[in-house]
Write a protein of this length. Structure first.
Length: 263
């Protein structure tokens, strides 16, 4: 059997690319395209197993290491729960796509000739089957109501402190968050303190707050504007959270009054 190495590389790369874009879309990671492209390229390292004789255990470990590198390069590492969800959905998509390919192959009686399926001298591109499997998977996963409801409150937004100082973050709309400055009546959005690194921001404000189990002063900064889906909002303060948010992949909590203002 002839193996065309360039075709193998291209198909393997596109398969990994679809997997990573699927995870990025489903979990709304908002990862940079360049990072996903690089992650898929790392996934192509699995091709090197063609040149080595590995037992089942070694092959499994090799593939796990490569997939972990792919996910970290594509989406970064925030904490274990963030990585765990990326990992689970990566293999969920992989299994569904692989199952879709197997189903088409068995149901329509195509014989496998290398990396192409043949039937009466008709060749169907492996890539087409991957794309069909991806489309079917997308429709399937979006049917889960709880997943849709959870991630529909995820947004990618930009917070401008001035024209030269801004930060792009993944944010979550908390409908129960109506925190306001009692003096100016401005809404307060919460931002993880780690996102302030590299920014030149001065003159903090200290806003009193009361919660169910705590009270004190919240460090806030004035901001120029907030951009969400091309819409702007300018009447708010940015409160700094000293702790990480217990929401998957989130660095910012949007005040519900902000979204009301955008509408």
């Amino acid at each position: 059997m002839k193996i065309y190495l360039d075709l193998v590389i291209i198909i393997n790369y596109l398969f990994d690319l679809i997997l990573l874009f699927s995870v990025n879309y489903i979990l709304k990671r908002n990862a940079k395209i360049s990072r996903i492209l690089l992650g898929a390229l790392i996934g192509s390292l699995t091709l090197f197993i063609l040149f080595f004789k590995l037992n089942t255990t070694s092959l499994l470990i090799y593939k796990l290491i490569v997939s972990i590198l792919m996910l970290i390069v594509s989406f970064g590492y925030r904490d274990f729960n963030y990585f765990k969800k990326n990992f689970i959905y990566f293999y969920l998509v992989s299994m569904l796509m692989g199952g879709g390919i197997y189903f088409l192959n068995s149901q329509f009686s195509y014989t496998n000739n290398g990396l192409l399926f043949n039937h009466n001298s008709l060749k169907i591109s492996y890539l087409i089957i991957l794309i069909l499997a991806f489309l079917l998977f997308t429709k399937y996963i979006l049917s889960f109501k709880d997943l849709k409801n959870n991630y529909s409150n995820y947004y990618q937004c930009k917070i401008y402190f001035d024209q030269s100082n801004y930060v792009t973050v993944n944010a979550f709309l908390d409908t129960g968050n109506k925190l306001k400055d009692p003096y100016t009546n401005k809404s307060i959005i919460l931002l993880n303190k780690n996102k302030l690194e590299g920014l030149n921001i001065i003159n903090p404000l200290y806003v009193p707050y009361n919660s169910l189990n705590n009270h004190g002063l919240l460090t806030c900064f004035k901001a120029l504007k907030l951009e969400i889906n091309g819409l702007m909002y300018d009447k708010f303060l940015v409160g700094i959270s000293e702790k990480n948010f217990f929401i998957d992949g989130i660095d910012c909590i949007i005040n519900s009054n902000v979204m009301e203002g955008l509408k």
